[in-house]
Ligand binder design. Structure first.
Ligand SMILES: [Zn+2]
Length: 233
């Protein structure tokens, strides 16, 4: 009788051990970035040393304020808003960066938390108007106190984002609104920050609407490039 009980306890221990091992295996696989690919066919983001425990802030462009650029049909019905595109990309990019090990916060356009914001990097996510143009562009504060750091950030975006998305640089439309972007003046002056226009709601609509995962990967890999260059704040 006693022997049987002992055997049962052994079986239970073995069972618990197997479950624990399976759990450890799953966590290890997740950390290594193994797993089922997402809708865009990308393997899940794995942990990145340079991203570990870093503070990343996104502004979901126009959130809490207005719709931003819009596409309308001939009757004036709104078909697509920039704010929706920005929010989707901010969400997907945030998920990827969290899997990389970073702490991510998504802010509204005029979020109160922008005042004095301290982070390893801030990126404001916008998209361009509903015209038949194609391409992305990014800008940093023209009067920044950390111009070298911000140029590194911009250079990472200008190298990595077009490489991942295939979108061309569309520099002729970088406006005063971008280099004098309101958030640049609100955040802590030591926080690296940039604003990106992901593409045009018109000419790049198919990619913005149907491949937000690809756009988000372009954003995330751009920021990872910067974090790898700037390991300490
Ligand atoms: Zn915008």
């Amino acid at each position: 009788m006693r022997h049987q009980t002992l055997e049962r306890v052994q079986y239970i221990f073995l069972f618990v051990l197997l479950i624990a091992l399976a759990g450890i295996g799953l966590i290890a696989a997740r950390t290594a970035g193994l797993g089922l690919p997402d809708a865009a066919g990308f393997r899940p983001q794995g942990v990145v040393g340079a991203a570990w425990d870093r503070q990343i802030a996104f502004i979901s462009g126009h959130a809490g304020n207005d719709s931003g650029a819009i596409c309308e049909d001939d009757d004036g019905n709104v078909l697509l808003t920039e704010a929706d595109i920005n929010a989707r990309v901010a969400e997907l990019a945030s998920e990827r960066l969290q899997r990389a090990g970073a702490n991510v916060v998504i802010l509204e356009e005029y979020d109160g938390r922008l005042r004095g914001l301290q982070a390893d990097v801030l990126l404001s996510i916008h998209a361009d108007s509903c015209i038949e143009a194609t391409g992305y562009k990014a800008a940093v504060h023209q009067d920044s106190l950390i111009p070298v750091t911000n140029e590194e950030l911009l250079s990472c975006i200008d190298t990595v984002y077009p490489e991942i998305t295939g979108l061309p640089h569309h520099p002729n439309t970088v406006t005063h609104n971008m280099t004098e972007y309101h958030a640049f003046r609100r955040i802590d002056p030591q926080t690296p920050a940039a604003i990106i226009e992901l593409g045009f709601l018109g000419g790049d609509q198919a990619m913005l609407v149907e491949q937000p995962e690809l756009i988000a990967k372009g954003v995330v890999d751009s920021l990872l490039c910067f974090l790898e260059k700037h390991t300490k704040r």
